[in-house]
Ligand binder design. Sequence first.
Ligand code: HEC
Length: 130
Amino acid sequence: MKTMKLKHIFYTSLILILFVRVEFVLAQTSENRGEIVFESCKTCHSINRSEANMVGPSLFGVFGRKSGQVEGFRYSPALKKSNITWSLKNLDAYISDPQKMIPGNRMPFDGISSASDRADLLVYMQKVFK
Ligand code: HEC
C-alpha cells in the first residue's frame, strides 16, 4: 500500500515537472519569435518608456490605451478619430490589415497575414510594454 502511494507521488511529480518544462519552452519560443517579428515594427516604433516618437508613435504601454493619444505625435485624422481601445483583439486586427481596420490611417505597413506570427508578436509586446 505504502509503495503504491510513493509510486503515485513519484509519477505525479514526474509528469508535473515535464509539463512545467514544456510550458516554459513553449512560452520562451513564442516570446523569442515575437521579438523577431517585432523587428519589422522597430524601424518606426520605440518600445521604451523614455524613447520619443519616431516615424510612428511610441508603443510603450499601448495595451488598454485609446488610439491616437500619444503626446506630441501627429496622427492622421483617420487614426485620431478612430476611438479604439488597444485590446489584444483590436491590436491583432490592426496588425493583420491596418487599412481594413482603420481606413485612411497613415501607417505605411501592409500587415502580417500569419495569425501565429501575430500571436507571437503580441506575446512579446505584452512582456516588454508592461
Ligand atoms: C514604416 C513605419 C511603420 C512600421 C513598419 C509600423 N508602423 Fe505602426 N504606425 C506607424 C505610423 C506612421 C502610425 C500612425 C498612423 C496614423 O497616424 O494614421 C502607426 C500607428 C500604429 C499604432 C497606433 C498607435 C496609437 O497610438 O494609436 C499601432 C498600435 C501600431 N502602429 C503598431 C505597429 C506594429 C505592431 C508594427 C509592426 C508589426 C508596426 N506598427 C509597424 C508607422 C509604422
